[in-house]
Write a protein that binds this ligand. Structure first.
Ligand code: NDP
Length: 491
């Protein structure tokens, strides 16, 4: 990285655990290095918690829950708004810290920080509505009254990955606090710094001790301890399908609730009547934002045959001209992958695509020197059985196939074990809606980029998810439902 571009932070880098309102060291006394993926240099060392630290954090959260669950929605909303204002006040610093630790271009990090603010503000609004009396339900008895109340689930464990560190945290933390839950958060061992900075903002917002706790450390030590702890009522996890399966199995031992946001292998379907400029922009954004490290990456392009040649030529040109490099340089469109394992994994997929007979249209060279950079890559005529067509790559690799009929496009798009998102590009409004209805996906964008508003929903069909985040669904994920049936003459 160019030294001139290196950000200067005016708040101290937090590297300790935050338990029961205090920054503290783990019982293990161990530390984990945090790597800058652009340079492979160690930026910091953070505490590596062990099961005893997780236990301490969960017990603090359990103790705090007794009072926190009694607070009014309005009071919790005030804390959420204070967090949102704190994030706003440190927006540029948080964005820079995320780009340093995760490697995404600074412009993308700024979008993430804006999303964090919007999410806390949105759930503050929902928290205020929780003070309204329970919802009366019409029942076929005039001698009884039935009311449904929504109560906090309890102590929740939040496990987040490294691709959108603060955003994924906000999508879980804001509704959990709004609902009246207390929280133990485990960031990814690769990107703990943005979460720790966020924790300092949560601390400044003045939450009572124990309501929010953060334990950094490796997944097997910390994540597994959280998912099996008897005082945790619910685990909300975002990450790989393989670990999601382990989380669900572990939670089953104590019948915990789970919300899972897992993998995807999503399609963008481009019909021959599409606006070509728009289609190119939507394909590029859907595949290469965050260097393709998105569960929502629409990395499978299905193009109707009459438009295929023109679209492929335009995409190949854009892919080849992508500027890859230092996330703080203004012209850079794509940073490095976030960690070494992902870097190796993506290169294995590219080799696999070539071996499976997919036509390589573009594979640029990664910049010289250190860093987990991968130049964006594009395959066409990809065999439907190839791993690059069927498995989540989580990197900047685009795969294109052509189709002849609408039914074929829908069947090909749905031919995956995942069902997170899909995009449709067409000038025919009726077809757009028809195809959206037929696609097995939790989110469908029609002629639109991958905008996600906190008011809507996030999650998918099939192996992509259990439950939904965002919107009222995200709040409901942290609530229990209680029915109160009262005899009319007991008033
Ligand atoms: P993981 O699923 O391993 O990581 C996600 C989170 O789970 C991290 O906080 C991780 O901690 C934690 N974790 C790891 N093991 C356990 C466990 N046994 N119990 C509880 N929590 C655990 O993702 P990877 O980093 O391994 O990425 C591999 C692949 O997963 C990617 O290539 C991509 O395909 C997919 N992925 C999908 C994401 C999504 O948004 N749906 C996000 C990230 C990855 P730690 O980092 O400390 O190990």
């Amino acid at each position: 990285m160019n030294a001139d571009a290196r950000p200067v932070f005016d708040f101290p880098l937090r590297t300790q655990l935050f338990i029961d309102g205090c920054w503290c060291a783990p019982e293990t006394r161990q530390r984990l290095p945090v790597i800058n993926p652009s340079t492979e240099e160690t930026i910091a060392e953070v505490d590596a918690a062990g099961p005893a630290d997780v236990d301490r954090a969960v017990r603090a959260a359990s103790h705090a829950w007794r009072a926190w669950k009694q607070t009014s929605g309005a009071a919790r909303a005030a804390f959420l708004r204070a967090i949102a204002r704190g994030v706003e006040a440190s927006a540029e610093q948080l964005a820079a810290l995320q780009s340093l630790n995760n490697g995404k271009p600074i412009a993308e990090s700024r979008i993430d920080v804006g999303d964090v603010v919007a999410t806390f503000d949105y759930y503050a609004g929902l928290a205020e509505r929780l003070d309204e009396p329970g919802e009366a339900i019409a029942i076929p008895s005039d001698r009884h009254r039935a009311v449904i109340r929504r109560e906090p689930a309890g102590v929740v464990g939040l496990i987040v990955p490294w691709n959108f560190p603060m955003v994924t945290t906000a999508w879980k933390l804001a509704p959990a606090l709004a609902a009246g839950c207390t929280v133990v958060l485990k960031p990814s061992e690769f990107t703990p710094l943005p979460e720790l900075a966020l924790a300092a903002i949560v601390e400044q917002a003045g939450l009572p001790p124990g309501v929010f706790n953060i334990v950094t450390g490796a997944g097997t030590d910390v994540g597994a301890a959280l998912t099996t702890h008897p005082l945790i009522a619910k685990v909300s996890f975002t990450g790989s399908t393989a670990v999601g399966e382990q989380v669900m199995k572990a939670a089953a031992q104590s019948i915990k609730g789970v919300s899972l946001e897992l993998g995807g292998k999503s399609s963008i379907v481009v019909f021959a009547d599409a606006d070509l400029d728009l289609a190119v922009d939507l394909v590029i954004g859907g595949a290469f934002f965050n260097a393709g490290q998105m569960c929502s990456a629409t990395s499978r392009v299905l193009v109707e045959r009459p438009l295929a040649q023109a679209l492929i030529a335009r995409l190949a040109d854009r892919v080849a001209r992508t500027v890859v490099g230092d996330p703080f340089a203004a012209a850079v469109q794509m940073g490095p992958l976030t960690n070494r394992a992902q870097h190796e994994r993506v290169q294995r997929f590219i080799a696999r695509g070539k071996a499976d007979g997919a036509s390589l249209v573009v594979q640029g060279q990664a910049p010289d020197g250190p860093g987990y950079f991968v130049q964006p890559t594009m395959f066409v005529d990809v065999p439907a059985g190839s791993a690059v067509w069927r498995e989540e790559i989580f990197g900047p690799v685009l795969c294109v196939r052509s189709f002849d009929t609408e039914d074929e496009a829908i069947a090909t798009a749905n031919d995956t074990e995942f069902g997170l998102v899909a995009s449709v590009v067409t000038r025919d409004a009726a077809r757009g809606q028809r195809v959206a209805a037929a696609l097995q996906a939790g989110v469908v964008w029609i002629n639109a980029p991958q905008l996600i508003f906190p008011q809507t929903s996030w999650g998918g069909f099939k192996k992509s998810s259990i439950g939904r985040e965002l919107g009222p669904f995200g709040l409901a994920a942290f609530q229990e439902i209680k029915q109160v049936l009262t005899a009319a003459d007991s008033d």
